[in-house]
Design a binder for this molecule. Structure first.
Ligand code: PEP
Ligand code: MN
Length: 262
């Protein structure tokens, strides 16, 4: 992952568009796949606004075993339908090696969540996959630990890795996590991989997502992962940090004013 090995930025070519420093890529969608209707509605809105990637979890890593755990394989089927009907790219989390084949079949980008950043058997498994991997930073991981986790995937022969900062644990309790935008310049300096930011999990509150999105772009991020839901107050997970369609549209207009390439 080091620039000592490869000086030039990694660009990941995908059918929906390349991911890398020449473009600013948006990945948006609800925390969880909840139903076919809400997913198709979201996919259609995103496509109409030029957003090329839809995110949603079919397998959810919830803090409580009594919370909604995701629709599992039925969720993957719905994501495949969204892709078939709209052409949008699919980003979804793989939690367990058991489902690697099923997730790899549906996903254009496989997400590894913060809780699994050092799940080394899972990292080795996605190193064998031939789909790009979005690797979230562990919530207490240093930059070096994060880059070494990426190294596990690269060492398996999968060179298509995107890093994603999603906030770390600190003493601060005004937000869900502390979004560490200060990690972007050193990550970009040390490493040739694209770096994304997830301001939704980083803040936990939808009111703060626009400012942190704009700040991510200004700090040099290559893209954003945003939680967007057609009716955030009724979401089955992470509604408080999800934008509705109107808030997404307003944010897109502000991002476009700053980033002509986007
Ligand atoms: C998510 O993207 O919905 C998610 C569970 O993220 P994280 O792993 O960053 O908590
Ligand atoms: Mn979420």
């Amino acid at each position: 992952a080091s620039r000592e090995m490869k000086r030039d930025d990694t660009v990941i070519p995908l059918a929906q568009g390349a991911v890398g420093p020449a473009t600013f890529t948006l990945i948006a969608g609800p925390c969880s796949v909840e139903s076919e209707a809400m997913m198709l509605k979201t996919a259609e809105h995103l496509v109409s606004r030029g957003v090329k990637f839809l995110r949603a979890g079919a397998f959810k890593p919830r803090s409580s075993p009594y919370s909604f755990q995701g629709l599992g394989l039925e969720g993957l089927r719905i994501l495949a339908k969204c892709r078939a009907e709209t052409g949008i790219g699919i980003v979804t989390e793989l939690m367990d090696t058991e489902y690697a084949g099923a997730v790899e079949e549906v996903a254009d980008i496989i997400q590894i969540g913060t809780r699994n950043m050092q799940n080394f058997s899972l990292l080795k498994r996605v190193g064998q996959c031939r789909k790009p991997v979005l690797l979230k930073r562990g919530m207490s991981a240093t930059l070096d630990e994060w880059l070494m986790a990426a190294e596990y995937i690269l060492a398996g022969g999968n060179y298509q890795v995107i890093l994603c900062e999603r906030g770390v644990r600190t003493f601060s309790d005004h937000s869900r996590n502390t979004l560490d935008l200060s990690v972007i310049p050193p990550a970009k300096a040390l490493c040739h991989l694209p770096v994304f930011v997830d301001p939704s999990h980083g803040t936990g509150k939808r009111a703060y997502v626009p400012a942190m999105s704009l700040a991510s772009l200004a700090a040099g991020a290559d893209g954003l992962l945003l939680e967007v839901h057609p009716d955030p107050d009724r979401a089955m997970s992470d509604g408080a940090q999800s934008l509705d369609f109107a808030a997404l549209d307003a944010l897109l207009a502000r991002l476009k004013a700053l980033a002509p390439a986007f």
